[in-house]
Design a protein around this ligand. Structure first.
Ligand SMILES: Cc1ncc(COP(=O)(O)O)c(C=O)c1O
Length: 284
C-alpha cells in the first residue's frame, strides 16, 4: 500500500509555480531573466492599500475573522459588483478566500462528484484541469483554435455538453491567450446554456481590468440575468491591484453554493489573512 494517496498521482505540480521558482533561482545566480510564467502586474501594490494593511496591524486586526470574509469586506465586494458590473449581490451571496485559486478550488470540491464533467476551453490556465481531477471530476477540454481567436464557439459548447456536465469554466480575458469574450459572444454561449439547465458557469474574471484596444469587459451574470442563479462570478485583487502575494480572491453566486464553499473552507484554511482582508477592502 503506497503511503501517498492515489489522488496525488492524478495531478501534477503547478507548472507556473515551478517556472517562477526556476526564474527566481536563475536571477539569484545573477542571470538576466525575463519570466513569462506567473501573471504578475508590472506595478507595486498602491500606497494607500499598503497603508491600510499597516493600520490594520496597529489596530490589532490580527485575529481570526469570519471564515469566508469580514462583513465589511463583503460589503465592499458587493459595492464593486454594483459599481463595475451592474450586478446586485447580497453579502450572503459572496465568499472570500485565499486567492481566486481557493475560490475555484472550493467551488469544484463543493460541487463535483466522481465522474462529473467540467468543460474547459483550451488554451487554459494550467490549474483548471488539475483542480477538477482533485475533486474527482473529469475535465472535458475543448480545443479552441486560432481560427476562432482561441474562443469557445456556441457549436463546440453544445457538442461538449452531456448529462454529466456540471460546469463550464469561462475565463475572459483569458490566461494564456488574452482572448476576450464580448457581450455578443457571451450572449451566444448563454443561449446554449439556457437550453441546458443542469450546466453552471464558473466565470473567472480575474483579468477584468487588464484589457487593451478598447475591449469592453463583460461577465455572464450581467449579460444574461436568467443564468445568474447558476453562475459563480469569481474575481480577486491579485491582478487588478498588484496584490498577488496578499492572497485575496472572492466569488459571488447562489447562497446554497456559497454556504457549501464556506463549509469546506471552515474545515481547511479558515479565514484568509485578516491583514490582507483589510488591504483588499481599501483596494475595492
Ligand atoms: C486565469 C487565472 N485565474 C485565477 C488565478 C488565481 O489568482 P489568485 O489566486 O492570485 O487570485 C490566476 C493566477 O495566475 C489566473 O491566471
Amino acid at each position: 500500500m503506497a503511503f501517498i494517496s492515489d489522488r496525488m498521482a492524478r495531478i501534477k505540480p503547478s507548472p507556473t509555480m515551478a517556472m517562477t521558482a526556476r526564474a527566481a533561482e536563475l536571477r539569484a545566480e545573477g542571470r538576466d531573466v525575463i519570466s513569462l510564467s506567473a501573471g504578475e502586474p508590472d506595478f507595486d501594490t498602491p500606497v494607500h492599500i499598503r497603508e491600510a494593511a499597516k493600520a490594520a496591524i496597529d489596530a490589532g486586526h490580527t485575529r481570526y475573522t469570519v471564515v469566508d470574509g469580514m462583513p465589511s469586506l463583503k460589503r465592499a465586494i458587493a459595492a464593486k459588483f454594483a459599481r463595475e458590473n451592474g450586478l446586485d449581490y447580497a453579502p450572503a451571496q459572496i465568499t472570500v478566500g485565499t486567492g481566486g485559486k481557493q475560490i475555484l478550488f472550493n467551488a469544484l470540491m463543493a460541487t463535483l462528484d466522481q465522474g462529473d464533467e467540467v468543460i474547459v476551453p483550451a488554451p487554459y490556465w494550467v490549474s483548471y484541469p488539475d483542480m477538477v481531477l482533485l475533486a474527482g471530476g473529469r475535465p472535458v477540454v475543448i480545443e479552441c483554435g486560432i481560427e476562432h481567436g482561441f474562443r469557445l464557439t456556441p457549436d463546440a459548447l453544445e457538442a461538449a455538453i452531456t448529462p454529466r456536465t456540471k460546469w463550464l469554466i469561462l475565463n475572459s480575458p483569458s490566461n494564456p491567450s488574452g482572448a476576450g469574450y464580448s457581450r455578443a459572444r457571451i450572449q451566444a454561449l448563454s443561449d446554449v446554456l439556457l437550453r441546458h439547465p443542469h450546466v453552471w458557469i464558473l466565470s473567472d474574471d480575474i483579468y477584468e481590468h487588464l484589457v487593451f484596444d478598447g475591449f469592453e469587459f463583460a461577465t455572464p451574470a450581467q449579460v444574461e440575468p436568467r443564468l445568474k442563479n447558476r453562475i459563480l462570478t469569481m474575481n480577486g485583487v491579485s491582478k487588478s491591484y498588484a496584490m498577488t502575494g496578499w492572497r485575496i480572491g472572492y466569488g459571488a453566486g447562489p447562497e446554497s453554493l456559497i454556504r457549501a464553499m464556506a463549509k469546506l473552507q471552515s474545515q481547511s484554511t479558515s479565514n484568509p489573512c485578516s491583514i490582507s482582508q483589510h488591504a483588499a477592502e481599501a483596494a475595492l
